[in-house]
Design a protein around this ligand. Structure first.
Ligand code: AKB
Length: 316
């Protein structure tokens, strides 16, 4: 990599930590953060930042030229729960931003692209346990439909135009730096904030709703690893299954009780239950482990320990 990196959607849950990790590795000046609005103070102070709408091709192209960008991470997206409220907006954002970046690569203006997919590409007819890389995919959410379509376009641009695009299907991601924004797996982060603040969490999913999850540090490592991998080792150009652990809200609460014994969880499922019920419970990520050596480090108890330790100062 000789040019600079552009992160679109740098102020979101993944983008914030990805920006920090890439700046640490390549130097602040080589990593351009951009988003539709400013991010947290640490991110804003850490290096170059551009306000940009991911759907505006001209603005993105201009940033690419001005900063001599050769690699783009497109992290802007509308997640599953919010997308159900704004289907058309979600479709436009999730698809147009992807086309902008794929077209920049097709025209030779950037060399490499990362685009995130999700376990949301699967649907109720997909096998729920050890969901394979290739299987039935009939997503029933707007977000899932946009991610599945995006995967097809990534593969198409790779095979027809030789675009070097790489992607993983993220599970629910757990982090303390930036809160998640509008997903179905958000409970797995909210629960730590509420546990510290109120010793009680009212969960919007049922207690036995098992979903695939991952600690953010693992997710960032996976993202950077697939981008580092030699092109011939990245054999899947739609998107790779990526797994770490799976748990339900009861198991999450039990791990918190090891630190906060009087913590209570109650259940009031809402519309997000139907989304969660349509997704896999466990994921088989053998191709990612075989092709570019992926492995996770954090299990549920490790995540709980690190989340509570780092969030505690916020709640006194
Ligand atoms: C969501 O819940 O929408 C996301 C995802 C699994 O992609 N966290």
């Amino acid at each position: 990599m000789n040019g600079r990196i552009l992160i679109i959607g740098a102020c979101g849950q993944i983008g914030t930590e990805l920006t920090a990790a890439l700046r640490e590795r390549f130097g602040a000046e080589r990593v351009i953060a951009s988003d539709i609005r400013k991010g947290n103070a640490t991110l804003m102070a850490s290096g170059p930042f551009e306000i940009a709408d991911a759907m505006d091709y001209k603005t993105i192209e201009d940033i690419v030229y001005r900063h001599k960008v050769d690699t783009i991470y497109l992290m802007a997206a509308m997640l599953s729960a919010i997308a159900e409220r704004f289907p058309e907006k979600a479709w436009n954002l999730n698809m147009n931003s992807l086309f902008n970046v794929l077209n920049l690569a097709k025209e030779g203006k950037v060399e490499k692209v990362f685009w995130p997919s999700s376990i949301a590409v699967f649907g109720p007819s997909t096998p729920k346990q050890d969901t394979p890389q290739q299987t039935i995919m009939e997503p029933t959410t707007v977000y899932g439909i946009s991610k599945q379509t995006g995967e097809r376009w990534c593969e198409y641009y790779h095979s027809k135009y030789d675009v070097d695009v790489r992607s993983v299907r993220y599970p629910g991601l757990i982090s303390y730096t930036t809160e998640p924004g509008g997903g179905t797996t958000d409970y797995a982060v909210d629960i730590y904030h509420r546990a510290l603040k109120h010793h009680h969490y009212r969960c919007f999913l049922k207690k036995d709703t098992t979903l695939p999850m991952m600690y953010m540090e693992d997710a960032i490592r996976a993202t950077i690893s697939i981008m580092d991998a030699a092109p011939e080792t990245v054999k899947i150009r739609s998107s790779y299954n990526l797994a770490a652990i799976s748990f339900d809200p009861e198991e999450s609460a039990a791990s918190i009780r090891k630190h906060i014994p009087d913590f209570k969880i109650t259940y009031e499922p809402d519309f997000r239950q139907e989304i969660a019920d349509s997704w896999p419970q466990t994921i088989d990520d053998t191709p990612a482990r075989a092709d570019w050596d992926w492995k996770h480090n954090y299990d549920l108890n490790d995540i709980t320990t690190v989340m509570l330790k780092n969030l505690k100062p916020q709640y006194g």
